[in-house]
Design a protein around this ligand. Sequence first.
Ligand code: TMP
Length: 277
Amino acid sequence: MAVGTIAIVILTYTMDTLAKEAPMSRRRQIYEGKAKVLFEGPEPGTIVQYFKDDATAFNNKKRGTITGKGVLNNRISEYLMTRLSEIGIPTHFVRRLNMREQLVKKVEIIPIEIVVRNVAAGSFSDRFGLAEGSPLPRSIVEYYYKSDELGDPMVLEEHITAFGWATPQELDEMLSMSIRINDFLTGLFFALGIKLIDFKLEFGRLYEGEEVRVVLADEISPDNCRLWDVKTNEKLDKDRFRRDLDRVEEAYQEVARRLGILPEGGPRDLQGPDTIQ
Ligand code: TMP
């Protein structure tokens, strides 16, 4: 047998065996959350974030679908994370892969949700009896412990460090980054006629050799921000879904439109190719 023929036989056998054992196109799913699915990335230390159209509220009690949300949040989060990295905020974002997926660095999520508020709304209005839309004397930062079973309870720095969810130094870094992110995003959205009422951030530990760094993770999108039109106070975020308001899809589209990042084909293109495997 010629060398070329032998090579082809070996190659065919190997590919056949591989295909049976682990189809090469199949990626390992690491985690499925309420709005995203995480897959093992193409290189070590990377993850693929797939954005779903699923929406939940009130700790999964209300469920639904917002058509095109995944495509828009993928773009919006890409845009905002890129702008933030330009001002020196370290993030997990690497690059967008397609309509519904982005490549991110694998991090260990710190189980704390940081909420920054500029204007009273949502649970803050309920807790303090303040009308939604009342401006706050200054930006207020709150911490919540990420736990579906406990319903994400609000916690103090004291709880976070005592239980070891984050070290005092990590908490300092998360706090200073959150305040900087708030200042930057408030200005960015205001220039587009949008008030940034409040938002939620998550951070993760990025292990690079001996070094560990705290970086911004998860996503920034109308799913985890409150965004109101400056002139009309119209809600352009997930509160439209939470509160059974109309034109939910249009709100996400409007945010993307003002950011100048609607997908090429416009709103008709929002379903996007379903590249989940
Ligand atoms: P809240 O007023 O309901 O506490 O929400 C504050 C902000 O945090 C708001 O922008 C929505 C966002 N958020 C999330 O991203 N995930 C959540 O689970 C909750 C409750 C709020």
